[in-house]
Design a protein around this ligand. Structure first.
Ligand SMILES: Nc1ncnc2c1ncn2[C@@H]1O[C@H](COP(=O)(O)OP(=O)(O)O)[C@@H](O)[C@H]1O
Ligand SMILES: [Mg+2]
Length: 295
């Protein structure tokens, strides 16, 4: 049985169709990334899953239980981290854990190593914490009771790279223990080492569900090669998947589709002294693969 089943789920806010006939299965033990630019419908999808809002139409089941009619049953085994996490400023991290544990009938003891892992002091009122540290408390709350399903809305926001790695490790351990994780993001780079599959939303519609490796092998990047001497751009425009966008005295700007290996080798062979690379944003990925017609 899939962990999550969504069938033709639609959510309208007045005339605005935030989620449009979305059908999606998430397998047990999977890490699924819900990707899409801002306004695509990720948060709306997640809020319907966790029954914080109700679909206009369609069906959502979590391990065979209706997300709304059997919400109590579902939530005994599901935790979620909202994008706009609200906490009680005067309460400490440990007190938040106690509160959640009391509501869910869970054991608080697994929380202590998580606080330690994220370098958090559980005795500090959360109102005195930085945004990043509040987000980490949110992660502790989502993970400490090891629920069967964990849903995270843009969890990496505000985490520094070291803590992102810690967070990824925690997800992988939790999944190895049998949990299923759904995580939203507006950046492929942020989740590419975290998820097994990605479901890409655009304007409320599911555009594609794909294995993350397949998507990465087609990803688009912008690359700037820097040189000490005027470079020969022709060498690079001949490479497959490479488009030369701009050539200047000491630099070449390129767009690369797919893996960087060939370009890296050519850059080294032709005297590049530095390579600066940044991922194309999701909108550009869409335009490259799905064309203007999707707009
Ligand atoms: N409570 C709401 N009332 C009206 N419109 C909403 C509400 N929540 C979301 N929307 C609209 O639904 C669309 C999807 O929003 P959202 O799910 O927050 O996208 P994402 O999380 O992908 O950025 C947007 O057009 C947004 O303005
Ligand atoms: Mg959102």
């Amino acid at each position: 049985m899939p962990a999550v089943v969504m069938r033709e789920v639609t959510k309208r806010f007045g005339d605005n169709v935030a989620v449009d006939s979305l059908s999606l299965d998430v397998a047990e033990g999977e890490v699924l990334g819900l990707l899409g630019p801002n306004g695509a419908g990720k948060t709306t999808t997640i809020r319907m899953l966790v029954d914080s809002i109700r679909p206009t139409s369609g069906r959502i089941e979590i391990f065979g239980r209706d997300a709304h009619r059997d919400a109590a049953g579902v939530h005994a085994d599901l935790s979620w981290l909202p994008g706009d996490l609200a906490m009680f400023d005067r309460m400490t991290g440990a007190e938040h854990v106690e509160m959640v544990a009391a509501i869910c009938g869970a054991d608080t003891s697994p929380a202590a190593p998580l606080f330690e892992r994220f370098g958090l002091d559980p005795t500090r009122p959360v109102g005195t914490l930085s945004r990043g540290n509040r987000q980490k408390v949110g992660l502790v709350l989502a993970f400490f009771r090891r629920p069967r399903v964990i849903v995270l809305d843009e969890p990496s926001s505000g985490l520094d790279p070291l803590m992102q790695r810690e967070f990824h490790a925690l997800v992988h351990e939790t999944v190895a223990d049998g949990s299923t994780v759904m995580v939203s993001s507006h950046q492929l780079d942020e989740v590419q080492h975290l998820v097994d599959r990605v479901a890409i939303l655009r304007a409320g519609r599911l555009v594609v569900v794909e294995n993350v490796d397949a998507l990465r092998s087609r990803a688009v990047r912008h690359v700037e090669l820097q040189f000490a001497d005027p470079p020969d751009a022709a060498v690079f425009s001949d490479l497959s998947g490479v488009t030369v966008d701009h050539v200047d005295e000491r630099a070449i700007e390129l767009t690369v589709e797919g893996l960087m290996g060939e370009l890296g080798a050519a850059a080294a062979a032709h005297g590049a002294i530095d390579i600066v690379s940044r991922p194309a944003d999701l909108d550009e990925v869409f335009l490259t693969y799905y064309g203007e017609g999707e707009r």
